[in-house]
Ligand binder design. Structure first.
Ligand code: SAM
Length: 226
């Protein structure tokens, strides 16, 4: 193991065997929560577990919900020695079995998938778990992504690719008005679109496809009077 890396950094490495870097929004949220007393974060979709490390290092308790039984079990095994990490096999559409309030929530590359209605249900479920003043950092699909409008139309703003590694998987795409509407119960601290080539999973995308992927990077906060 390289100096400075840990078991959780190496959990589910990408196919090249390289450790998968945490998403920049995970690093940013961990830094924010680290300044709070006894902070907790909710992760939507454990995936590779790449986003756990920044929170553990920052002293933030992690509660992850993961629908896929095998992934949830693998993550439980990977983090069994760390009692600040709890992984629950559950749907992030809520309501969540665990009701403890959290100071922050993170969804990277999870609310890209599903219909706009399913994504709105997940945002509402997170809202119900967040402390007032809590932060929710999220990536979303953008209408500027070349996959928008391609494949099978599933719903307004939602399409499933006809081919490739994500064939048949519903993806939702948002414009700025759609992002504002989705987070209407929150204060939007920031929402911008950018190329996601450096952050998408190499397990799901070929490098030449990843180059063109565009995501929204959203930082939202639940108002104190919510
Ligand atoms: C593309 S991965 C992203 C994982 C991680 N957030 C990251 O950025 O590396 C999406 C994860 O969400 C899980 N997932 C998908 N739909 C879900 C749902 N409705 N409820 C809970 N987990 C779900 C998948 O099994 C997968 O682990």
């Amino acid at each position: 193991m390289e100096a400075g890396t840990t078991d959780w950094d190496r959990y589910y490495p990408d196919p090249t065997g390289s450790p998968v870097a945490a998403h920049p929004l995970a690093e940013a949220l961990a830094a924010r929560l680290a300044t709070q007393p006894d902070p907790r974060v909710l992760l939507l979709g454990i995936g590779s577990g790449r986003n756990v490390g920044p929170f553990v290092r920052a002293g933030v308790r992690v509660h992850a919900v993961e629908q896929d039984v095998a992934r949830a079990e693998a993550a439980k095994r990977a983090f069994v020695a760390n009692d600040s990490v709890c992984i629950e096999c559950a749907c992030y559409g809520g309501p969540f079995p665990e009701r403890t309030r959290v100071a922050g929530a993170l969804s990277t590359h999870a609310l890209l998938h599903g219909t706009p209605a399913a994504i709105a249900a997940a945002v509402q479920a997170v809202r119900e778990r967040l402390e007032t003043g809590g932060s929710f950092f999220v990536t979303l699909g953008s209408v500027r992504d070349p996959r928008f409008g391609r494949g099978t139309r599933i719903a307004e703003g939602a399409f499933a690719p006809s081919d490739g590694s994500e064939a048949g998987v519903t993806h939702s795409f948002f414009d700025e008005a759609g992002v504002r509407s989705l987070f209407s119960a929150f204060e939007l601290e920031g929402a911008y679109e950018d190329c996601a080539a450096a952050t998408v999973g190499t397990w799901a995308h070929e490098p030449d496809q990843a180059r063109d992927i565009v995501h929204w990077y959203v930082k939202a906060r639940l108002p104190e009077d919510a």
